[in-house]
Design a binder for this molecule. Structure first.
Ligand SMILES: C[S@@+](CC[C@H](N)C(=O)[O-])C[C@H]1O[C@@H](n2cnc3c(N)ncnc32)[C@H](O)[C@@H]1O
Length: 244
């Protein structure tokens, strides 16, 4: 599926208010990312967060990392409000993370559950390198091809997730990878409709691109229950901590 930032923006705009309470796995990812990051370093003069959303990761950075300047970015304008409720003096850059240029170089770039929406990872790797001071750190999480495998299996719809090895190869060109990990987490729901609601509430409505008729939804639910009686939804992702 082609990534269209306008569609991505629309999906996340709608889900900002429901995101944090539904994004169970993204919350675990943010926690893991920060836990691993602080093992290397927990004091940075300046931080840039890409795709900050409703501030799940922002909150964990504030609780665990010392910094004096916070720059945050998201495609969605309203995200500024969430970030500023956590870091009131944060500077917010609204727009595509692939194109933003912070006013100065920073010491840490972080991003949780966003890089899967970037179609040119080589470009963002290079941009991050150029936005970091020497010895600066880029710490991010993303998703891999097994993510939402049940949905792909039944509908054929999926983002073109890159494998762990492909992501590693891209970032290795610009950074020394000091930590990396693959993870998997399965959530179980009480019905396929709840699976769909969960995806919608976390902004990942990959079924959005096509309007489903009531009949199609019923058919999807019937197939889901037959093939996946426990109504699971697989999350599969990766964590990278890279040093400039
Ligand atoms: C799954 S949410 C993660 C939000 C947050 N990082 C967290 O830890 O919960 C992905 C966020 O990335 C943003 N996003 C997606 N593509 C983006 C892009 N190209 N540039 C900037 N933000 C983007 C979305 O608007 C959304 O807020």
């Amino acid at each position: 599926m082609q990534i269209n930032p306008k569609t991505v923006k629309k999906q996340f705009e709608k889900s900002l208010t429901t995101y944090n309470e539904n994004a169970v796995v993204q919350n675990l990812m943010a926690e893991k990312l920060v836990n691993e990051l602080v093992k290397f370093r927990s004091n940075f003069e300046s931080v840039l967060e890409l795709g900050c959303g409703a501030g799940l990761l922002t909150k964990k950075i504030v609780e665990n990392v010392r910094f004096s300047k916070y720059f945050a970015n998201d495609l969605v304008e309203n995200s500024e409000k969430y970030v500023k409720s956590i870091v009131p003096e944060a500077v917010f850059y609204c727009g595509n993370a692939q194109r933003i240029k912070p006013s100065r170089k920073v010491d840490l770039i972080v991003s949780n559950a966003m890089f899967q929406w970037i179609d040119n990872l080589s470009k963002i790797s290079e941009n991050c390198k150029n936005s970091l001071n020497p010895s600066g750190i880029l710490a991010f999480t993303s998703f891999s091809p097994e993510n939402y495998k049940e949905i792909k299996d039944l509908t054929g719809l999926s983002l073109e997730y890159k494998t762990f090895d492909a992501v590693k190869e891209i970032f290795e060109k610009d950074f020394e990878i000091i930590y990396s990990e693959e993870f998997r987490h399965t959530m179980n729901f009480s019905s396929p409709l709840e699976v769909l609601a969960h995806m919608k509430n976390t902004g990942v409505n990959s079924l959005n691109s096509k309007h489903w008729t009531v009949g199609e939804v019923k058919e999807f639910c019937a197939e889901y229950m037959e093939k996946y009686p426990q109504n699971p939804l697989t999350y599969a992702g990766m964590i990278f901590i890279c040093k400039r």
